[in-house]
Design a binder for this molecule. Structure first.
Ligand SMILES: [Zn+2]
Ligand SMILES: [Zn+2]
Length: 284
């Protein structure tokens, strides 16, 4: 199966990451991947009083990795996995224009749009302040923000971890469901369809739901209603991402997730090379 990991972080570029490029590459070879990408955090407006460690020095990032790229589609038998250059944009209501400019200015294979903050608050550090409402009230706000981020960053080809906020809620059963936010999900998928954006299934959420929330692997899989709805709105492709920050996170639950998505009728996963869509069939 020609699988490409579209979302990973490196030490030195993302403050919460602990793997080097060489480690990521060697585990990608070991896993027999068709390709892998780096997509470090670029979150502007974080902790504005001190130096923002969450902001990538984009010119040096591109200079360091651009020439190491190898397109998965040009790969011959026996070659190393392909390598793609991406960036994970941390969108906030204030930074859309700035991020769009960066996307235009630099030759990424693709960028990923992500929402990591709610009202300027980090869900990991500010649980008590953030999770004050029922999921039926709170999750629509989150999905609406993701919709806005996808709309403002229509240039970003992948929409990251729609269920990121389900990882940190203090209540045990916090998995995000379609029925928590049906209208918001519909709006999001309509926007993504118009922009030809791909939904990411981030296995970091699956891992968090299992480790911290008491879900079984089967229960931790993304809500089938969310995914069916995505497909009803024309979403044919998905990307499955380990979002590895450490070596041992590479490949976590990836095969199980691919099998699950296939059981729901998804037959291909996608990635982007020089901003062009590529896809490959799921073969189990
Ligand atoms: Zn993220
Ligand atoms: Zn990430």
């Amino acid at each position: 199966m020609k699988f490409v990991e579209t979302h990973n972080h490196l030490t030195g570029w993302s403050p919460d990451a602990k793997q080097t490029f060489e480690e990521l590459e060697s585990i990608s070879i070991e896993r027999g991947l068709h390709g892998f990408a780096i997509s470090d955090h670029h979150d502007l407006d974080v902790f504005s009083t001190e130096k923002n460690l969450w902001e990538v020095d984009v010119p040096s990032y591109v200079e360091t990795y651009y020439d190491r790229r190898r397109m998965p589609s040009k790969r011959n038998a026996g070659d190393k996995p392909g390598f793609l250059l991406s960036l994970e944009f941390g969108w906030t209501p204030d930074n859309g224009a700035q991020l769009r400019e960066l996307d235009e200015q630099y030759p990424f294979d693709y960028t990923i749009v992500a929402v990591h903050f709610y009202d300027g608050l980090d869900p990991y550090f500010h649980r008590e302040e953030i999770y004050t409402e029922s999921f039926g009230e709170f999750y629509p706000r989150i999905i609406d923000m993701i919709e806005q981020s996808a709309r403002e960053l229509s240039c970003s080809r992948i929409v990251a971890h729609y269920d990121f906020f389900s990882r940190y809620a203090p209540l045990v059963k916090s998995k995000m469901l379609y029925r928590h936010a049906p209208d918001s999900f519909d709006r999001l998928f309509r926007t993504m369809r118009a922009n030809e954006q791909i939904l990411e299934i981030n296995t970091g959420t699956i891992s968090a739901l299992i480790r911290h929330k008491g879900y079984t692997l089967e229960e931790a899989m993304p809500d089938p209603e969310v995914l069916n709805r995505y497909r009803e709105f024309g979403g044919r492709f998905l990307t499955v991402a380990s979002d590895a920050h450490r070596v041992e996170q590479n490949g976590r639950y990836v095969m199980e997730t691919i099998a699950y998505l296939n059981s729901l009728g998804f037959e291909e996963f996608a990635w982007f090379e020089e901003r062009k869509l590529h896809f490959s069939r799921i073969v189990l």
